[in-house]
Design a binder for this molecule. Sequence first.
Ligand SMILES: O=C(O)CCC(=O)C(=O)O
Ligand SMILES: [Fe+2]
Length: 196
Amino acid sequence: MPAAFDLFGAPPLPGLAYREDLVTLDEERQLIGAIDGLELSPFRFQGWLGKRLTASFGWRYDFDDASFTQGAPLPGWLLPLRDKAAAFAGLAPHAFEHALLIRYDPGAGIGWHKDRPVFEHVVGISLGNATTMRFRKRRPGGFDRVAVPLGPRSLYHLSGEARHVWEHSIAPMEVPRWSITFRSLSDKGRALSPGS
Ligand SMILES: O=C(O)CCC(=O)C(=O)O
Ligand SMILES: [Fe+2]
């Protein structure tokens, strides 16, 4: 249990759940190898190139032009991990229609944001090295802030307030980290999907 969780395991913010014991060292090594074997592209945002490298499956939210389109299906090697993520979040595996794979090389991070409203639940798996996910929420005169340590092989689930009210970010590090995030579609995302 990370230090940010109190003695009774209460989450530091409502809607944040955390587990460390669901992914083995062996799985971690295989997942990192599989991510590195993909063709990863630098994150693009309105003409800017970010330092982190990404690949997405199932659905693709394009930050460059704000389009939301169906992409390649999730590869088979992601499905056992998605089963674990879904069990942890208490949702059906197929609810997680989108997966985003990220490699943060040294010097790469992710700035303050909330995940796009086309998505609802977010489960993230950290691989390779520990990091700290920082959360902030605006209040008169400043921000409330919470720092949540994420161990390697850990899972977090963002829903409710942690998902919709707080922003999160990860500062650049000197060591690499890989992450896999599974997302369900929100009503808004579903309305944009074909056949709805
Ligand atoms: O690397 C992570 O765990 C966080 C990624 C993230 O916040 C995002 O892709 O929206
Ligand atoms: Fe995010």
